[in-house]
Design a protein around this ligand. Structure first.
Ligand code: BGC
Length: 507
């Protein structure tokens, strides 16, 4: 008993934090949407259960065992497919108001098309949504988090406009029909830059197509058109009765100029526009950023191409895209510095050369286990301020992902992961109160360790550990989860906060 009291006291003292850094003590706005984020492939498992067909990630993992380390993959993952009650109970315990998860397209539409609806798959998500709602947790649903049915990829996937655009719009329409009475927060695509630049340009992620300097732009063009059409379907058929919001999840590391020189400033802005602006400019303003259009056209001309490698939107498409979002989003993890550089001669075209800048992270920045991922809390503030300034503050911004990479096994992660969330959140809090940024929500990635893309469970971000060696996939809380629970239940990063002057009305 004495030992227990002693252990508890130690834990509580630790949670009090000996602060060596300044952390904001103003509460986040009333009504702020605190949550967790996840994705189907990374947590569900049940890869072929009850009529689900393989996704591109299932196929790549099965056909090429080295795609993930040590034979790990998403076949069983956290077994969330069989643990809805347990996981909803954890979310309730954590006190969150929202849960962002994705629907697996091949689980509800095994052929990719609506002529073959898998009602068992629909029932799985219906059950999850119903249980979340019963506990006052808002579902924030991503329609596509990288795992389209493999059979669609056999027909060209996102490079085939006459396939992917109608197929996605029909899929989205089905989701609105079946779940829209309960789901008020929708996002069409997660991190389209990764899907397109990663999947179809440099080929480093599924479906591993390498069409450098070409495939990424075609994929993005089709994806943006599919997004806009799905958004307009919601406007025309569902908005009046369902009254929800639809957007797209965009990611970006913050890009900070490496000096005050005009050239470095211009280079950093260019990099931000080729990343976030590639997708946000079309859905907000109706077209790609000018700097993208100009540079890609010029570089295509230097290749003696008769037209730009960046496709252009018709007037009708621009009109459909413009304003096709009801809130802004950002998946944020780290920051890069940007140096201006001379353009490379045209060799093999690439998105990298089209942007034409050098990015780096100084050696003395705090490291994590992942090479590109250094801990840079101030970048969070700069990033949301930039988004707010460029795209306007009327609709609000949700941080749809933020989290810390380690090997996933450390339960005493208050000083690493806990501190990461605390410092990033403190900077976001400054963005709200010092810069006037209309930040309305924050989703930590992630409730529990999961299957990280290529890394399996060798790298992880969860607030709960998952025992991937046991059939039960036992979930065990980490200190970061204890801290995050305190934050979301008090809206305060430290022990005592002054009340927020802001009351959000997110309905
Ligand atoms: C992805 C997540 C992933 C996270 C952490 C994001 O880019 O959307 O699926 O788990 O990064 O690495």
């Amino acid at each position: 008993m004495k030992l227990l009291v002693c252990l508890c006291l130690t834990f509580l003292l630790q949670l009090g934090y000996a602060d060596d850094e300044e952390v904001s003590n103003i509460a986040f706005p009333d009504g702020f949407l605190w949550g967790y984020a996840s994705a189907a492939y990374q947590v569900e498992g049940g890869w072929d259960a009850d009529g689900k067909s393989p996704s591109i990630w299932d196929n790549d993992a099965h056909n090429n065992p080295s795609w993930f380390p040590e034979g790990q993959n998403g076949d069983v993952a956290c077994d969330a497919y069989h643990k809805t009650d347990e996981d909803v109970a954890l979310l309730v315990y954590q006190g969150v108001k929202a849960y962002r998860f994705s629907i697996s397209w091949p689980r509800v539409l095994p052929t990719g098309f609506t002529d073959n609806i898998n009602e068992i798959g629909i029932a799985y998500y219906k059950d999850l949504i119903t249980k979340l709602k019963a506990n006052n947790i808002e579902p924030l649903v991503t329609m596509y988090h990288w795992d389209h049915p493999s059979s669609l990829e056999d027909q060209g996937g996102f490079l085939n406009e006459s396939l992917i655009i109608p197929a996605f719009v029909d899929y989205a329409t089905l989701l609105f029909e079946r779940f829209g009475d309960d789901v008020k927060w929708w996002t069409t695509f997660n991190e389209p830059k990764q899907t397109c630049a990663g999947g179809y340009d440099w080929g480093g992620i599924s479906p591993q197509k390498r069409l450098s300097g070409v495939g990424g732009y075609i994929c993005a063009h089709n994806l943006l058109r599919a997004h806009a059409k799905a958004y307009r379907v919601y406007d025309e058929k569902f908005r009046a009765t369902q009254n929800g919001k639809v957007s797209m999840v965009i990611d970006e590391p913050w890009h900070e100029p490496s000096s005050n020189s005009t050239q470095d400033q211009e280079a950093a802005e260019r990099q931000n526009l080729f990343n976030y602006g590639w997708f946000a400019d079309p859905i907000v303003f109706g077209d790609y950023p000018d700097v993208m259009k100009q540079r890609i056209a010029e570089r295509s001309q230097l290749q003696n191409l008769s037209q730009s490698r960046l496709p252009s939107f018709t007037d009708e498409e621009k009109a459909e895209l413009k304003g096709s979002y009801d809130f802004l989003t950002i998946n944020m993890y780290t920051t890069d510095l940007v140096l201006w550089r001379e353009d490379d001669p045209i060799g093999e075209p690439s998105i990298y050369d089209d942007v034409g800048v050098t990015t780096y992270q100084p050696d003395d920045w705090e490291k994590t286990v992942t090479i590109w991922f250094k801990v840079v809390p101030w970048g969070a503030r700069s990033l949301v301020r930039w988004i707010n300034n460029r795209y306007g503050d009327e609709k609000g911004i949700i941080v749809t992902e933020n989290g810390y990479h380690d090997n996933g096994n450390n339960l005493t992660d208050l000083g690493t992961r806990g501190r990461y969330h605390k410092l990033y959140l403190s900077n976001l809090n400054d963005a709200i109160y010092k810069d006037g940024v209309n930040l309305i929500g924050y989703m930590a990635w992630s409730l529990m360790n999961d299957v990280e893309w290529y890394a399996g469970w060798l790298v992880n971000l969860g607030h709960y550990h998952v025992d991937f060696d046991s059939d039960e996939r036992t979930r065990t809380p980490k200190e970061s989860g204890v801290y995050y629970r305190k934050v979301v239940t008090t809206s305060c990063l430290v022990d005592n906060c002054t009340a927020s002057p802001i009351k959000l009305n997110l309905n």
